[in-house]
Design a protein around this ligand. Structure first.
Ligand code: NDP
Length: 280
């Protein structure tokens, strides 16, 4: 499995497994299946209500804990120093793990929700820095942070985020933010790489897939990793899990990359970090 080295020297696979909406027994089984199909990065979050299931799946898989990179996230309604520490301990308890590999701020506090949003994000980050120093988290990062949120965080942060997990798929890939993160040494991780199914039926993607002899999903996921971005597709089907991780026997040409880069906007979730909980 191809890996990326983060700015804190931790290694992370370029492809991982998303678990949003995979709850209870479906969550347990999909984590077992993903691990047996070669995935070694598992992405969950407190808000997905499946940390318990993910933990069970990890234990049932028989794969040694130290070979699996587990990501979870602090939800946007419990930000702040004390609340973050409490939320972290609850996640750890539900997962039944001793440490988390990658812990993310799921969404930034923003000007619409907090008068002192910069302070709230700074306090949340300080809690995460302490947990990292105590050895309870290997890498700390953010999610859905725009430039404004990152720049504010840099004012007080002792540790630069290792990762920014953002919406990134053909039709909506935030190239300026991606470039900014990569210049700062922050690895970008793509959520909803298949636009939750929105990529299927796109004619440009279909013609590239036909030329390459690959599926549309494989073309989209390969396009993400060729941008040096980590990808975490979700699937509850073992066939599609296998398809989604089979990305290393072909390459998109510069022209194909550009064709996908230049697609007009489609498939955007409508979720904006500066106005949540509303959508556009
Ligand atoms: P994805 O873009 O990964 O799409 C998942 C959907 O595509 C599912 O309906 C799945 O169906 C289907 N699918 C998967 N593979 C294939 C395939 N090869 N062919 C056809 N259909 C396929 O969406 P997600 O929103 O789940 O994003 C991935 C992960 O990113 C999440 O699970 C979560 O971990 C993370 N995430 C993080 C967010 C954040 O704010 N930080 C926000 C959203 C997601 P089926 O299961 O039936 O295969």
């Amino acid at each position: 499995m191809q890996e990326i080295i983060l700015n804190d020297n931790q290694k992370i696979p370029v492809i991982g497994f998303g678990t949003y909406k995979a709850k209870a027994q479906v969550g347990v089984q999909s984590v077992i299946d993903a691990l047996s199909n070669g995935y070694r990065l598992i992405d969950t979050a407190a808000i997905y209500e499946n940390e318990e299931a993910v933990g069970k799946g990890i234990r049932a898989s028989g794969i040694p804990r130290d070979q699996i990179v587990v990501t979870t996230k602090v939800w946007r309604e419990v930000l702040g120093f004390k609340q973050t520490k409490a939320a972290f301990n609850k996640s750890l308890g539900r997962l039944k793990l001793d440490y988390i590999d990658l812990y993310l701020i799921h969404w930034p506090a923003n000007a619409r929700n907090y008068k002192n949003w910069q302070q709230i994000n700074a306090d949340t980050w300080r809690a995460m820095e302490e947990l990292q120093a105590e050895g309870k988290i290997r890498s700390i990062g953010v999610s859905n942070f725009w430039k404004e949120h990152l720049k504010a965080l840099f004012q007080t942060a002792q540790v630069i985020p290792a990762v920014n997990q953002i919406e990134f798929h053909p039709g909506y890939w935030q190239p300026e933010l991606t470039e900014f993160c990569q210049l700062q040494g922050i690895v970008v991780e793509s959520w909803s790489p298949l636009a939750r199914g929105g990529v299927f039926g796109n004619e440009v993607l279909e013609s590239i897939a036909n030329r390459q002899g690959k599926s549309i999903a494989q073309v989209c996921l390969r396009w993400v990793i060729q941008h040096d971005v980590i990808v975490i597709p979700k699937s509850t089907s073992t066939k599609r899990m296998e398809e989604n991780i089979s990305l290393f026997d072909f390459e998109l040409s510069d022209e194909e990359m550009k064709q996908i880069d230049d697609l007009p906007e489609f498939g955007f979730s409508g979720e904006l970090p500066n106005i949540w909980p509303d959508r556009i």
